[in-house]
Design a protein around this ligand. Structure first.
Ligand SMILES: [Zn+2]
Length: 314
């Protein structure tokens, strides 16, 4: 553990110097343009043996895993490995940044740095060196690269498929500390075959699913009170009981809280767009950008505006 604390101290100091190094290393543009005029030299931090404590929730065990090895399992579990290399590389940087932003935050009661519950942290599976070669390559090609904002590693959340406009962390989670998680266009999402899904259910099925809310079954099944800029249902009433779109999404098993209700006779028909919370990088949108020739740095700059791409030496 002391090695991890040592790393964090070094990381804090390093972030003041790393941006111009990132600019040279990557020879990329928008995200690092504002720091090109500085002349500070980077420090070298040897963190090849940095271990993170991973809580494998499926087995309820904690393991200390080398950071970059762990990231391979995250990329393999989080994104189809048939995606373009640039999309996989963007995923690797986003996952690395997210993980480093979580270190030392006490996010888990058992002391783990990160867990493998995708609903809480990041999906993960034990990688296979042959089948998951693309994940190994994406992590290796971006080794040590992270996104920063205000001299701190950015908490780069992501999801499978946003709407045509990504959501802001301030609207979805009430967080005002991550201005880089804001509404940005994600035009590739609507091109996906499964962008729109439909879920139908009888009134009996609906009231059974929402019974944990203790609704009045004589009241209207759903009244949407407020939507976000990206169309996510923020608040609504279900059988007269106020709740959130995310809560109702979970109870009904919908792919996102970007839903609309219609009726066919008595049958309730939910039309759902996207997949996931809608904040940060859209994995599907990243793939579309990569197919159009965007680099991973361009993808990251599009989805995390204002962040700087830099490199920590491993
Ligand atoms: Zn977790």
């Amino acid at each position: 553990m002391h090695r991890k604390l040592f790393f964090l101290c070094l990381l804090t100091g390093l972030l003041a110097f790393c941006a111009p190094y990132g600019a040279r290393y990557l020879q990329e543009r928008a995200a690092v343009k504002d720091v090109m005029s500085t002349t500070a030299q980077p420090e070298t931090v040897e963190t090849a043996d940095l271990l993170v404590d991973v809580w494998i929730t499926q087995e309820d065990v904690c393991q200390s895993v080398a950071l970059e090895d762990y990231l391979v399992g995250v990329v393999a579990a989080e994104m189809p490995l048939s995606y373009e290399p640039a999309a996989l590389q963007a995923q690797a940087v986003a996952a690395r940044s997210y993980l480093l932003s979580k270190l030392g935050k006490g996010s888990h009661e058992n002391g783990a740095d990160i867990c493998t519950d995708p609903g809480h942290c990041l999906a993960w599976r034990a990688p296979d060196s042959q089948a998951d070669a693309a994940a190994f390559q994406a992590v290796s090609a971006t080794s040590g690269q992270v996104l920063t904002y205000d001299d701190a590693v950015a908490q780069t959340v992501f999801c499978a498929m946003t709407g045509e406009l990504t959501e802001s962390a301030s609207e979805i989670w009430g967080s005002s500390t991550m201005p880089y998680l804001t509404n940005v266009p994600s035009p590739g999402d609507a091109q996906q075959e499964d962008y729109v899904t439909t879920v139908t259910m009888s009134p009996e099925q609906f009231w059974q699913a929402v019974s944990p809310l203790s609704p009045d079954t004589e009241a209207a099944p759903l009244v949407v009170l407020r939507r976000s800029a990206g169309d996510t249902v923020l608040s609504c009433t279900v059988g007269g009981v106020q709740t959130t779109g995310q809560e109702l999404r979970g109870l009904l098993g919908l792919r996102s809280a970007r839903f609309w209700l219609d009726y066919e006779g008595d049958t309730l028909c939910f039309t759902v767009k996207g997949y996931g919370h809608g904040v940060g990088m859209s994995q599907a949108g990243a793939q579309v950008m990569a197919q159009s020739g965007s680099t991973y740095a361009e993808i990251l700059a599009a989805y995390y505006p204002g962040c700087t791409l830099c490199k920590i030496t491993f």
